[in-house]
Write a protein that binds this ligand. Structure first.
Ligand SMILES: [Zn+2]
Length: 283
C-alpha cells in the first residue's frame, strides 16, 4: 500500500483524534480541551487537501550550522525508534541543559518552540539544537488556545512564528504542536503542517517528581512513539529525568530520532494537511 493511501485511510479512521495506540493513554502539555463544534463539520477528504512532499535529502546551511537528512537510513534499516520532543522553549537555560544531556548521550530530539520566546538570545540556542541534529517545530506564536481563534488570528499566528523560525534556522517547521493539544477543523484547514501530540508525564507540573516522570515515560514508550516533555525555563526535573530515561531506552534498543526521521523510519511520507494529531507513527 502506498504511504499516501496509508495516511488517507488513517485520516478517515483517525478522524480528529490523536493516534495513541501504545502506552496508558494520551496526554497533553496541559488540560486538553474538546475540539470545537467545527471539528466534526469538515467531511472533505484528506487526499484532496494534502500536498505530498518528498523526503529527499535536504540541506540548510547558515554560517553557524548545517542541517542535513543525508545520514538517514533506509526505512527498513531502522529498529525500534522513538522521538523525544520538548515544548515551550526556547530559552537560554533549560533548553541548553536539555541539549547538554542530548549531546552527552549522543541523541537527537525535536523542540516545539513558542514564537514569543524567539529573540536575539534564544536564536543561538535554536541554532545549537539544529547543529546537534535536532529539529525545530512550531508550538504557536502565543501559546493561546487556537481552537477559539478566528481564521485571521490562526493564520497570523502561524505565519508569524514560522517566519521567526525560518529567520533563525533557515527553514520553516514541518510539524505543529497545538497549545494544550486543543484542535479544531478550522486549525486543521489553515495550519499546513502535520499535527503532533505525544505521550506525556505531566512534566509541566512542578509537583510531579523526577521518579514519576521517568516511570511514566518508560511505561508509555513503544516503537514509533512521540514522547512529550517540556524545556520551559526552570524545568530541571525533566533534565534530571532525561538522564535516566535516555540510557534506559537505549538499553532497551531504542534509537532516538527527530519527528521527521520518525515518519521516515516508518515509511510514512510527510503529508501536511492530514486531519490527524499523531502521538505515535503507525507501523
Ligand atoms: Zn505548551
Amino acid at each position: 500500500m502506498s504511504n499516501i493511501k496509508k495516511l488517507f485511510i488513517l485520516a478517515l479512521v483517525g478522524g480528529m483524534f490523536s493516534l495513541t495506540a501504545c502506552g496508558a493513554g494520551d496526554s497533553a502539555d496541559s488540560t486538553p480541551t474538546e475540539s470545537t463544534a467545527e471539528s466534526t463539520a469538515s467531511t472533505e477528504s484528506a487526499a484532496e487537501t494534502t500536498t505530498p512532499v518528498t523526503t529527499e535529502a535536504q540541506e540548510v546551511t547558515t554560517t553557524q550550522f548545517t542541517y542535513t537528512t543525508e545520514q538517514w537510513k533506509e526505512p527498513e534499516e531502522y529498529g525500534k525508534v522513538i522521538a523525544l520532543t520538548f515544548d515551550d522553549g526556547p530559552n537560554t537555560t533549560t533548553t541548553n541543559e536539555v541539549l547538554d544531556v542530548l549531546k552527552e548521550f549522543d541523541v537527537k530530539g525535536t523542540f516545539f518552540v513558542i514564537g514569543n520566546n524567539i529573540n536575539a538570545d534564544t536564536v543561538p540556542v535554536m541554532q545549537r539544537a539544529v547543529s546537534q541534529g535536532c529539529e525545530i517545530g512550531s508550538h504557536s506564536m502565543t501559546h493561546d488556545y487556537m481552537n477559539s481563534m478566528t481564521e485571521e488570528e490562526i493564520t497570523a499566528d502561524t505565519e508569524q512564528v514560522n517566519q521567526l523560525i525560518k529567520d533563525a534556522i533557515g527553514t520553516e517547521p514541518k510539524f505543529f504542536r497545538p497549545p494544550y493539544i486543543a484542535t479544531s477543523g478550522r486549525m486543521y484547514r489553515l495550519i499546513n503542517m502535520m499535527f503532533i501530540a505525544g505521550f506525556g508525564c505531566d512534566d509541566w507540573d512542578p509537583a510531579v517528581d523526577v521518579e514519576t516522570r521517568v516511570n511514566k515515560t518508560l511505561e508509555q514508550s513503544c516503537d514509533g512513539a512521540i514522547i512529550l516533555l517540556h524545556d520551559a525555563q526552570g524545568n530541571s526535573q525533566t533534565v534530571e529525568a532525561l538522564r535516566q530515561i535516555i540510557p534506559e531506552l537505549q538499553k532497551q534498543g531504542y534509537e532516538f530520532v527527530t519527528v521527521s526521521e520518525l515518519f521516515h523510519a516508518k515509511g510514512i511520507q510527510y503529508v501536511p494537511g492530514v486531519k490527524v494529531t499523531f502521538s505515535k507513527v503507525p507501523q
